[in-house]
Design a binder for this molecule. Structure first.
Ligand code: KE4
Length: 428
């Protein structure tokens, strides 16, 4: 593979964009080398600026669940654009997509659209704080809810402790209200609740973690969170930005049968355009301006182009009965094929998979939390990433990310990928 043009474009980008990218994970800092510049994409394939075709397992970090340049979405956006791109006034299509989302997710009565997953999660915790009158939140080390100050907090020592900012610019004043627990460890949650009696507004969690690789909830972890929230007057916020409309029509909530009080969405709900959203039952959502006292707003929130893309996407997912099973089947096929060749080539690894989310960890033990994920051999991952890229397969440029399967992948693509893993893992 040659990347001459990508390298030249990256050098230009670095002159005018910090780090040459508009989102850090794209800069390949986790794997080294220079990022690939995409020229266009169609279905399961990316076409980079050097003319290489790559099978895409990132799919814009989740949104392209039905493949790139998915015709119903493209047609809807093109048609809408010709009638104006944004008005800052209510439009009927916002109600249409809101109604569809609310019908697909049974525990929300109302939904507010925003422009990113960050905005959705940031607004959700403000709403939780406003509704409960409490200041503190519990999040989990390794879970990512976007770059709002309250979330950029990393545990100091241990997991149940006051967080310390892991980004300059986040004040101690903010950090003190974010408490950190360990994913899949309900005792770490109980310890925080006991130490902060009646001060906690919400627990925010990725019901299936996707930002430390893919980590499923274990041993009734979600049920235990629901119970502990009910027992302590704490709201449970499910961050379904990754899992929403991907793991099932009703997301991870439907898959596990556990329901949050506020649910956050992003990625798939926008069909590749900038859309985030958060929803809850009437009594909570009615706390939001202009009805209630909790302020939240956005110039481009619910804009017609993004709504058209999102509505076309949700309509396809809503009407294609077998889609989620097909996605899960393809992911299982990849899992089994990957496992087989990695074992045959004596590569120490563990694979986590839920629905159409999957990640491979070059670790000895099972990966059930951030600590486990961090034990993965990052040098092996780097070699694996670049080897796969050389074979024409684009996986997440970080060991702390999930792969996202698209229905545009054929079984021939999956076999090609498994063969590439076999070739690459012989050299690891
Ligand atoms: P955005 O603000 O990036 O739309 O969404 C933030 C967010 C919230 N919640 C979860 C569970 C998420 O995974 C994300 C964003 N995911 C990352 C990928 N790990 C986006 C990629 C990036 O940062 O460029």
């Amino acid at each position: 593979m040659i990347y001459k043009r990508s390298s030249a474009l990256f050098a230009e980008a670095e002159q005018v964009i910090p780090g040459g990218v508009n989102s850090p994970v794209r800069a390949f800092k986790g794997v080294g080398g220079t990022p690939i510049f995409v020229k266009e994409a169609k279905g399961a394939y990316l076409y980079d600026e050097d003319g290489n075709r790559l099978i895409d397992y990132i799919n814009s970090w989740g949104p392209m669940i039905l493949g790139h340049a998915y015709k119903p979405v493209v047609d809807a956006v093109v048609e809408k654009a010709q009638k104006g791109t944004s008005f800052g006034m209510p439009t009927q299509i916002e109600t249409e997509i809101a109604q569809m989302a609310v019908n697909m997710v049974p525990n929300i009565d109302k939904i507010r659209f925003v422009n990113s997953g960050t905005e959705a999660c940031m607004s959700a915790i403000r709403l939780a704080r406003g509704y409960t009158g409490k200041d503190k939140i519990i999040k989990f080390a390794g879970c990512y809810h976007g770059h709002s100050d309250s979330f950029l907090i990393q545990a100091g020592s241990g997991a149940s402790t006051f967080g310390t900012p892991n980004s300059p610019g986040v004040t101690q004043g903010t950090a003190k209200d974010t408490l950190l627990a360990t994913y899949n460890d309900i005792s770490s949650v109980n310890a925080l609740i006991a130490a902060n009696k009646d001060e906690i507004a919400c627990i925010i969690v990725e019901p299936v973690a996707g930002n430390m690789g893919c980590i499923p909830p274990k041993n009734n972890f979600l049920e235990a969170l629901r119970t502990v929230c009910d027992a302590n007057g704490i709201l449970l916020v499910f961050d379904e930005v990754m899992t929403g409309f991907r793991l099932a029509k009703g997301g991870a909530q439907e898959l596990y049968g556990v329901y949050g009080d506020i649910v956050c969405f992003g990625k798939v709900i926008g069909g590749g355009l900038p859309v985030g959203a958060f929803g809850a039952r009437h009594e909570i959502m009615n706390y939001l301006a202009p009805l209630g006292p909790v302020y939240q707003a956005g110039t481009l929130s619910g804009n017609p182009l993004a709504m058209a893309a999102g509505l076309a996407m949700l309509t396809s997912l809503n009407t294609d009965e077998g889609i989620f099973e097909r996605l899960a089947e393809k992911t299982k096929y990849l899992h089994e094929g990957m496992s087989k060749v990695l074992e045959a080539n004596n590569v120490v690894h563990t694979i986590n998979r839920v629905g159409s989310m999957i990640s491979v960890h070059f670790a000895e033990e099972a990966v059930n939390d951030f600590e486990g994920s961090a034990k993965g051999n990052n040098d092996t991952f780097k070699a694996f990433f670049h080897g796969m890229l050389h074979e024409g397969v684009y996986i997440a440029p970080s060991a702390f990310e999930t792969w996202f399967i698209t229905d545009a992948l054929s079984y021939e693509d999956l076999d090609f990928t498994i063969k590439a893993i076999d070739t690459v893992s012989k050299q690891l």
